[in-house]
Write a protein that binds this ligand. Sequence first.
Ligand code: P1T
Length: 382
Amino acid sequence: MATPPRDALRFETRAIHAGQEPEELYGAVNVPIYQTSTYAQPAVGRPKRYDYARGGNPTREAFQTALASLEGGARALAFASGLAAEATLLLTLRPGDRVLLPDDVYGGTYRLLARVLSAWGLEHDVVDMTDPDALRDAIRPETRLVWVETPTNPLLKIVDVAACAEIAHAAGARVVVDNTFATPYLQRPLELGADVVVHSVTKYLAGHSDLVMGAIVTSDEELAERLAFLQNAVGAVPGPMDCYLALRGLKTLAVRMRAHCEGARAVAGFLADHPKVARVHYPGLPHHPGHAVAARQMADFGGMVSFEVASEAEAIRIAESTELFFLAESLGGVESLIEVPAPMTHASVAGSPLEVPPTLIRLSVGLEHPEDLIADLARALG
Ligand code: P1T
């Protein structure tokens, strides 16, 4: 049987082969780490392929090609962090433009708009995007970008990407989806009608809590050209070593995500039955308000779970009591993490319309055996 054409290959295969031909000189099966800042040029103004490493690097390019393939996009661009990717994307807007944010979003995304770019005349509004009528009403003539996060951080709300794209496009706005929590293995926003995908590569894509990196993916050629210009002109690029590690992470994304989902399902089920747990937020639970939409637009429900307990002091006590779940910010690595979003990852939304309950605990369910994780939580809950 002949091998199908490259773009017809399945997700797991593209994760290992897209942009990853064996290296030409010695046949190394891994893309080398091109640790260089510049490239010798055969003649003035005629570089071989790259002139300077802020503008391009073969290790970075391999990662970008693989990620674009997994998201089903024409172009991907890598950045020094998720927030660097977001900031560069927002630099395509102009003073007076507005960004519509969801009422639950990563605290750093909110801080970037509310406390940095607002000084440059970029305005923002906040709305509950799970309500299509509210979304329609919140879009103003100046709204250029509708910023979707689904599942949201930290409340795991689900936004219907296709419905959102229809409403935004009718009003002349672009839709960007932060696909960090879902990853392209579970959800491909461009196929659902979104214009742009952003990632904190730091999380599931890299997958091993050993680097900080971001990315943007789009099939809009004009936007991609502008972003490539900005990637070089602004310069928030990742180093080749991190690109190599992120590419290595991508190769196992599918198997890791299957295991993350299985573990999170077991943990969410345990928490839902626990008397000390007031409420569990996990889109895989049938009572979750976004369950039906998640079942339609995602292949599975992801590895993140959050839950509420009786008091803030109890939330802090539990987060400080687990042994296998490390008390730490971030998510998406092989090791399980626990945190209290209000004073930690979401401290920057205090006093804003996005404030998260102080009684909320967030879990990133890693790849340890789910029964060991459940025993750890059972001990900590007491
Ligand atoms: O940390 P950085 O790579 O810059 O990515 C920022 C970012 C963007 N989008 C989402 C959905 C995120 O969760 C993050 C980073 N989040 C954490 C560090 C956290 O613990 O929630």
